[in-house]
Design a binder for this molecule. Sequence first.
Ligand SMILES: Nc1ncnc2c1ncn2[C@@H]1O[C@H](COP(=O)(O)OP(=O)(O)OP(=O)(O)O)[C@@H](O)[C@H]1O
Length: 332
Amino acid sequence: MNDDVLRVDGLTRRFGAVVANDDVSLRVRPGAVVGLLGHNGAGKTTLVSQVVGLLRPDVGSIRVGGVDAVAEPATARRYVALQPQGQAPIDGLTPRSAIEMSGRIRGLSPSAARVAAESLAEELDIGEWLDRRALPESRGLSGGIRRLTAFAMAVAAPTPLVILDEPTNDIDAARRRLLWQAVRRRGDAGAGVLLVTHNVAEAERIVDDLVVLHRGKVVAAGSPARLRGTTGSDLRLELQFAPDAVDLEAADGGPLPFPIRRTVRSGRRVLHTVATDAAAAAVTWAATLRERELIDGYALGPATLEDAYLALTSSDVDEAEPAPTGTEAAHV
Ligand SMILES: Nc1ncnc2c1ncn2[C@@H]1O[C@H](COP(=O)(O)OP(=O)(O)OP(=O)(O)O)[C@@H](O)[C@H]1O
């Protein structure tokens, strides 16, 4: 089908010796929320900058709403709204005036822009700040309210494609939940949404598909269930090591009394993926490590997408066997 609202093919962008995007391809269909995940420096913002015409690719093509965004960036830009990664420059404005102004720039009538500001303030629970002025040096409005205002500015008028670059930074947990729901609603209303985030656990609940970038390359793509790459009944045993634990291998590297499907090391955490029937043995073993003060603590719960994401983007992974995902890109 060629009704993609965003289609990126073979995109490569270098900065000197750094290959920030390396043969990246992805697509976003109308009504789909696609999460773009990756660590710092993975190349996410470079990709977004090319889609909105702020950077030119070295190689590859970008189509936004069917328009060649490399050849005709100004035309393509009409189909896309962007919430950039940094704070929106709204000093001197109130959230209400900033949201209304964005809506007006995107073609809303004055009355439609007023209605949009009111309804977004309600949707995001920022009504109490709607008429408070943002002042220089981050005064007047908190970082979180500024981020929510920037989101409202991006979606004040509907566009076929919405790109959100880390929209949840600085936002408290309750309003983050409202924001995720608002993002999902934009997809349900028919927009294609490209959502750049580090927040794997929260994004998992609202995205249709995920694309994982690692060092400029797409290392996995597909639905959250496909990327999770474990059977529905798998569990995750998380071990937390003390800051002064010097020999992680000695603590957890011996023969284990149960089979482990996958192990990922992430800082002071070690995440083992285990089958449900190994739960009792896993807890007994972890409790012993805890008693011997080799670990600070442990937790056993359902395997999550975060485990799979860390496995895809970490160089410190042991796989017992190839991940049973059926995806062509579920390995690095
Ligand atoms: N203007 C630039 N000049 C030189 N190098 C750049 C430039 N912009 C990005 N890079 C480099 O390209 C790589 C990808 O950066 P990019 O900002 O796209 O990553 P990111 O995934 O958005 O990271 P973050 O999550 O930290 O925002 C990094 O190595 C970065 O240092």
